[in-house]
Design a protein around this ligand. Structure first.
Ligand code: ZN
Ligand code: ZN
Length: 183
């Protein structure tokens, strides 16, 4: 299953590990699940889940869209190698999106550029992830600054929001180095 947020060529070929900004924004604004792309629960008592690194908690938002709290969060924590502990470090050589252009003039990959974020984190340890669940009435998109622009849609707010549950999902003993690198 290809997560809803993952970039793909017009042919359908997916680039696992690379989110497409339009797909992310559609999820954030439309209250859609980042894994299956379907609407999150809006029923009384409904929940959504966020996969959080310590740095997300500190800056007050999750850049990744929310997930269905049961099926999709469980699926993602099981199969995603950065979260399930199979990958301990980000790939040493960041993926070259410009080299991955497919040549189809109607595919939007000719607009893809390599991000400074990917270059900066290349080869660094992947932080531990926490799975937090929230009541659906707490859901708010978060507008902040990014790349020198203010009031940009950047994620799902953690500010002023109380989780129902939080648990560590990366199977790892937390060392003081993890905590320090997260900060
Ligand atoms: Zn393409
Ligand atoms: Zn889902």
């Amino acid at each position: 299953m290809v997560p809803a947020v993952v970039a793909r060529h017009r042919s359908g070929r997916a680039l696992f590990g690379i989110n497409h900004p339009n797909r992310v924004n559609a999820c954030l604004l439309g209250r859609l699940c980042g894994t299956c792309g379907q609407p999150l629960s809006a029923r009384p008592g409904g929940r959504y889940a966020l996969l959080l690194r310590p740095a997300d908690i500190i800056r007050g938002y999750s850049a990744e869209p929310a997930l269905h709290a049961s099926d999709c969060a469980r699926y993602t924590t099981t199969v995603c190698p950065a979260i399930n502990g199979h990958m301990t470090h980000y790939r040493a050589t960041p993926r070259d999106l410009e080299a991955d252009r497919c040549g189809d003039p109607e595919c939007d990959c000719h607009l893809w550029t390599n991000s400074g974020d990917h270059r900066r984190r290349a080869g660094t340890p992947i932080p531990p992830f926490y799975l937090a669940t929230y009541g659906q009435e707490q859901y708010r998109p978060y507008w902040g600054s990014r790349s020198g622009h203010d009031d940009v849609l950047v994620g799902v707010s953690l500010t002023g929001v109380e989780p129902i549950s939080v648990r560590l999902v990366t199977p790892r003993e937390l060392s003081i180095l993890d905590l320090a690198s997260a900060l």
